[in-house]
Ligand binder design. Structure first.
Ligand SMILES: Nc1nc2c(ncn2[C@@H]2O[C@H](COP(=O)(O)OP(=O)(O)OP(=O)(O)O)[C@@H](O)[C@H]2O)c(=O)[nH]1
Ligand SMILES: [Zn+2]
Length: 341
């Protein structure tokens, strides 16, 4: 019998749940969201939940609405099987990006992750710059980051990739594996512990769904029966979904995310480019952007061959994107305050 603890419920959540108005409410965790209808797990099993207009209006924007991974206080309404969402418990970690499209909105990809697997493939698709982008987003989330180098079975020479990955990993664990054959998967056990929630992000085609399928193992059939499936009987989601693994722990699949545009990633950038951050105090100007300023310690390090030029260029690009987003956000917040006056 699967209990809420298997889905990550613990004393801290219980305390937070109890701290709010809880009369007649029950704890539920979002495992899937589709067009405003949530699939949640409760002590009594899986249910659907919807969010009433009043709660929606009070959310202050899309990021305030329940996301996959959120713990909720939900209500059963007499005679209805669909639960009503009353509130979202404060998030322990938030994996966000800028919502696609022109609007300036944060999209919460998932919340309350303990770790994030940042996956890339050991082949011509390997791209250190793209990896840096995903690492930045992952680190910003507050969850622990792990780098997964997949498709080991099809890679006769993994060493050069490893060297490149290590150069930008900043101490983050790197696991080489094959989601297809299962080789190297045992190393993931450190993070896939009972009650722990792990997200998997990476460019399209790196093998995220293959990993989920592989780890679901014997549950595969049940999954194929109850979920949309392709002709090979694999689970093929087009949306984010949290899976309970037979060995314990949860894994979130994030299929079909074409782009990973930044929301606010200042902390994530600091951690991802820690060597640049460490040099900044030696620049002549306190607010040096390591671009055209004289006396820049970062540029000097590049010139002296201590820091890879590509690394600085990558930082400049990502930092520029982050700053642009920040400025636009500040403007929006300023306008909102103005409108309220
Ligand atoms: N050789 C090899 N192929 C793999 C491995 N893992 C995944 N693949 C293949 O890579 C392709 C893409 O795998 P998916 O699991 O669908 O990739 P994804 O990251 O979920 O992609 P999106 O859903 O588009 O985000 C499929 O053809 C898989 O069979 C692996 O370890 N080795
Ligand atoms: Zn500088």
């Amino acid at each position: 019998m699967v209990g809420l603890e298997d889905w990550g419920w613990d004393e801290r959540w219980a305390a937070q749940f109890a701290a709010g108005p809880g009369c007649g409410l029950l704890p539920a965790r979002v495992i899937e969201e589709q067009r405003g209808l949530y699939q949640v797990v409760t002590a009594a099993g899986e249910r659907s939940a919807r969010i009433p207009g009043k709660v929606r209006r009070g959310a202050g924007g899309p990021a305030g609405l329940p996301a996959v991974g959120d713990w909720l206080a939900a209500q059963t309404v007499d005679g209805e099987s669909v639960l009503t969402v009353r509130r979202v418990l404060p998030r322990r970690s938030t994996l966000s990006r800028k919502a696609s499209g022109e609007g300036l909105w944060e999209q919460v990809i998932a919340s309350n992750l303990d770790a994030v697997f940042v996956m890339t493939a050991l082949n011509a698709d390997f791209n250190a710059r793209r990896l840096e982008r995903f690492l930045t987003v992952s680190r910003e989330s507050g969850a622990q980051t792990v780098i997964l180098l997949n498709k080991l079975d099809a890679c006769p020479e993994p060493e050069p990739f490893l060297v490149e990955a290590r150069a930008i990993a900043a101490g983050t664990p790197i696991i080489t594996l094959s989601a297809k054959t299962g080789r190297g998967l045992e190393a993931l056990a450190e993070w896939l512990q009972p009650g722990r929630t792990v997200g998997c992000i990476g460019a399209s085609g790196v093998g995220k769904s293959t990993l989920v399928n592989r780890l679901l193992g014997s549950q595969l059939l049940r999954t194929a029966e109850t979920r949309a499936k392709d002709e090979r009987g694999r689970h093929t989601t087009t949306h984010r979904q949290l899976f309970l693994l037979p060995g314990g722990g949860m894994l979130l699949d994030t299929p079909g995310m074409r782009e990973m545009r930044f929301w606010d990633v200042e902390q994530g950038l600091k951690q991802t480019f820690e060597e640049i951050d460490a040099l900044a105090p030696f620049c002549r100007f306190k607010d040096c952007r390591h671009d055209a300023e004289p006396g820049c310690a970062v540029k000097a390090a590049v010139k002296e061959g201590r820091l890879a030029r590509a690394r600085l260029e990558s930082w400049l690009k990502l930092k520029g994107e982050s700053q642009k987003r920040r400025k636009a956000l500040e403007k929006a917040r300023y306008r909102r305050r103005g409108a309220k006056r």
